[in-house]
Design a protein around this ligand. Structure first.
Ligand SMILES: *Cc1c(COP(=O)(O)O)cnc(C)c1O
Length: 715
């Protein structure tokens, strides 16, 4: 098999311009928009440094800068002529024009945004769409004063600082620190994009009458929500449309997708920061909030606590702007990303807003593109699917995958299916050996958990389960050992650089791996591999080679999850909690075809209320004790990690779900022994994955949110 000698199946690094699921979702959606012939544009930032590269030294994560543009980027087209001035700081003054008063923003700093276009071709169509990314450059306008004072060197150096804005991506997913540079990035992105959209509209229209028919803007989480205020500012202050007309336009063009499940996770910007960086925007936000509060008073009278909860401005020690409230007030639709998420939005996160505007709220279950996650990443599976369906049409029409269901028990398909898995496992095994020197058995079950490291995603539950398995194997007699299903446990994911507990989980993976992989008494029965630098390219290699994949978030914490969908398409069985989109996956493929575990969304609050008296199995106490006692070394270092799951502090309910987790793992072992049964479940997973194509998500957005139709390329 010399043709399979390891080499990474790519020649260039990822454009890692996002953090994890949220940005990868946009990438899948862009592919679907192009393929389905929608006339769409994507906007973003052209960071010089994408998400950090993770390297592991002695089992600890270290971050290295990802200077991905070092050797150029052949896929982008620099548009030096498409550039806009973006303003910051300064003051707001009044101006009289045609007998009316207008606000004029006199900026204190101006930075140039230059467009870099990244064409995204659709599959099997002539349509291509554009991803326009903005880079910050020093403004063409010189501050003559600083040049005339003679400090030439400092003047040049200061100008150069403008580029800092698009230098580096913030590496924390789902936490906001209210940092000035982050807000600058957000506004830089938004201002350039809105100027571009309005300029492109004005190129063909003399007035704004058709603006709301031609333009629909989808806000992907609250990060770009200042776009709403920016459109309001341009139409009101610069185009002089009048408040009511401008407001009417804003409310018709914007819709908002939220990815949050925890009210504490919502983005807030300190008022002082907003007022200094974007003085005019703060005024407009206050004006919108004033009118909104008046509306609330009419509707709910003197219910002041409700007003305080719903207000765009949060009073308190640090007065701040609630970006989600702002988005809900101004957008015509608020989208959740799965049905469970939608229920949480209605009953918990945005309950007050749902009571006020029930029709604004919808959900569009996320999806991933089969073009990347099957066709590109798993060509062998792609060939088998096309052969058995007798067509390649499923690449554009995913519903056809359901046709595989009829052959799920066919011995010939089953054999080809297993062969594909074997080839992909071989590729993955070679990668693992090159990486870690560990040889893994292809007969073992490859059990994978790859995603950002988070307490709520519960990689720790997985590691504790592995410790339990190790402990069991150690105490077995020879005849029991022969019955053990060998496992290769694979974990991968990045921790945000400041997220201490997540970093300790990574270290624990390595400490346990060190012990387990070098224990001659265990051999091939159990291996633990941490794959460093998890990113899209690594996912493309690992997912096709997995037998089982874990999605075990504490129920009610994963808004959707999209990793599970990629595994499902590749015929990997899921070991999962009934959270996020998994609830809908269960409906599509049936609970018998996966391994479900843990408390449900509705059961979590009661379990949490029990605190220290929640029932925890002895096995859990034992494995945590092993870590505490220094069985894997680093006793002091792991103490605070163990403290997060014991003594009434187990917020994510690892202890409460542990027994159920072990049962699900045992069920997976049992199923794996019966290869006909396992292969059937695998085929049924792929054939039931159609609903989780981003093509379906995008079609729903087009019809229900944007009101747009495909626009076939005329040539
Ligand atoms: C799909 C994907 C994610 C999201 O995975 P979840 O399991 O939904 O958290 C994160 N990172 C990368 C690189 C991905 O491809």
């Amino acid at each position: 098999m010399s043709c399979l000698v390891f080499s990474l199946p790519f020649k260039e690094g990822d454009a890692a311009l996002g953090n994890g699921g949220l940005a990868r979702l946009s990438a899948c959606q862009m592919d679907s928009l192009a393929t389905l012939d929608f006339p769409a544009w994507g906007y973003g930032l052209r960071y010089q440094y994408g998400l950090f590269r993770q390297i592991i030294v002695d089992g600890f994560q270290h971050e290295q800068p990802d200077y991905w543009l070092n050797f150029g980027n052949p896929w982008e087209i620099e548009r030096v002529q498409v550039s806009y001035a973006v303003k910051f700081y300064g003051t707001v003054e009044e101006e009289v024009s045609n007998g009316s008063n207008y606000k004029v923003w006199i900026p204190g700093e101006t930075v140039e945004a230059v467009a870099y276009d990244n064409p995204i071709p659709g599959y099997g169509t002539r349509n291509a769409i554009n991803l326009r990314l903005w880079a910050a450059k020093p403004s063409g306008q010189y501050d003559l004063e600083s040049y005339n004072t003679g400090d030439y060197i400092n003047a040049v150096v200061n100008r150069q600082k403008a580029e800092i804005i698009s230098n580096v991506l913030y590496p924390d997913d789902r936490s906001y620190q209210g940092k000035e540079l982050r807000l600058k990035q957000q506004y830089f992105f938004v201002s350039a994009s809105i100027q571009d959209i309005i300029r492109r509209f004005k190129d063909v229209h003399d007035n704004f009458d058709e603006f709301t028919e031609k333009i629909a803007l989808q806000i992907n989480d609250t990060h770009p929500s200042l776009a709403i205020i920016e459109v309001m500012r341009v139409l009101f202050d610069e185009e002089h449309l009048g408040w009511d007309k401008a407001w009417d336009i804003v409310c018709k063009i914007f819709s908002f997708t939220t990815h949050t499940v925890q009210p504490e996770g919502l983005e807030k910007i300190p008022v002082d920061l907003m007022g200094s960086l974007l003085p005019r925007h703060l005024q407009i936000i206050y004006d919108i909030n004033y009118k909104f509060m008046e509306e609330l008073k009419k509707k709910f009278g003197q219910d002041y606590s409700r007003h305080a909860r719903m207000s765009i401005v949060e009073e308190g020690a640090v007065k701040s702007i609630r970006m989600a409230n702002l988005s809900i007030v101004c957008c015509h639709k608020v989208n959740g990303v799965s049905r469970v998420h939608f229920e949480l939005l209605k009953t918990r996160v945005f309950k007050d807003f749902y009571d006020l505007w029930p029709l604004k709220f919808q959900y569009k279950t996320n999806g991933v593109t089969q073009r990347r996650w099957i066709v590109v990443s798993n060509p062998s599976l792609c060939a088998v699917i096309s052969k058995w369906l007798g067509t390649e049409a499923w690449v554009r029409n995913i519903d056809l995958l359901a046709g595989l269901r009829d052959y799920a028990s066919d011995a010939d398909l089953q054999q080809e299916w297993r062969m594909v898995k074997k080839i992909n496992k071989m590729r993955l095994a070679e990668y693992i050996e090159t990486l870690s020197g560990v040889k893994v058995s292809l007969d073992a079950m490859f059990d994978v958990q790859i995603k950002r490291i988070h307490e709520y995603k519960r990689q720790l539950l997985n590691v504790l389960g592995i410790i339990h398995r190790y402990d069991c194997i150690k105490s077995m007699n020879e005849s029991d050992r022969r019955k053990v299903v060998p496992r290769v446990c694979i974990i991968g994911g990045k921790a945000a650089p400041g997220y201490e507990i997540a970093k300790k989980i990574i270290k624990l993976c390595h400490a346990v791996a060190e012990k387990v992989n070098n224990d001659p008494g265990v051999g091939d029965l159990l291996k633990l591999i941490f794959i460093p630098d998890y990113n899209v390219s690594v996912a493309e290699l690992v997912i096709p080679g997995s037998d089982l994949s874990q999605h075990v978030s504490t129920a009610g914490h994963e808004a959707s999850g999209t990793g599970s969908m990629k595994f499902l398409m590749n015929g990997c069985l899921l070991l999962a909690t009934a959270d996020g989109s998994t609830v809908e996956i269960i409906e599509e493929i049936g609970a018998d075809n996966m391994f479900l575990l843990g408390a449900r969304v509705s059961e979590v609050p009661a379990l949490r209320d029990q605190g220290a008296s929640v029932r925890v199995p002895l096995q859990f106490v034992r494995v945590v004790r092993m870590v505490r006692d220094g069985y894997f070394g680093f006793k002091d270092y792991f103490e605070s990690l163990c403290d997060t799951v014991e003594n009434g502090k187990d917020f994510y309910l690892l202890g409460a779900d542990f027994a159920s987790y072990l049962e699900a793992q045992a069920a997976a072992d049992l199923a794996f022994v019966n290869q006909e049964k396992w292969t059937r479940m695998s085929i049924l997973s792929t054939s039931g994955s159609g609903r989780f194509s981003s093509d379906r998500t995008i079609e729903e957005y087009a019809e229900q949110t944007w009101g747009i139709e495909p626009c076939k390329c005329p040539f």
